[in-house]
Design a protein around this ligand. Structure first.
Ligand code: HEC
Length: 94
């Protein structure tokens, strides 16, 4: 039960992120939507994105762009190359 509530909240986060991308929201808004799951100080499968190097971040996002099945695959496809670069800059500065 608890789990399905979590999924609901997560899917809302996803909707929010996609719409902020398609309406050309600032990169900071996109980054914040990522941090709904990639929380500050978090480690493991969805780490705090600031802990990844710029290079690792870019590589992971490119891999996700080629991956149709996963959630992050869909997410990465919704982002332009420029947005991925901007996100890498944003997270490496923080
Ligand atoms: C709904 C929750 C959620 C949101 C929102 C989300 N992610 Fe993720 N992310 C995940 C999960 C779950 C994984 C690990 C699953 C996997 O390996 O495919 C992951 C993995 C990643 C990884 C790989 C991390 C590693 O060390 O392997 C990167 C990079 C990443 N996400 C970037 C982003 C970016 C950028 C955004 C915002 C555009 C974002 N994520 C939004 C859930 C989310």
């Amino acid at each position: 039960m608890k789990k399905s509530i979590g999924c609901f909240v997560l899917s809302l986060g996803f909707v929010f992120c996609v719409s902020s991308v398609s309406y050309g929201g600032g990169i900071e808004d996109v980054a914040k939507s990522c941090m709904a799951c990639h929380k500050e100080g978090q480690t493991g499968k969805k780490p705090d994105l600031k802990t990844l190097s710029k290079k690792d971040f870019m590589e992971k996002m490119q891999e996700y762009k080629e991956d149709d099945g996963s959630f992050m695959g869909k997410k990465a496809k919704a982002l332009s190359d420029q947005q991925i670069k901007d996100l890498a800059d944003y997270f490496s500065k923080k």
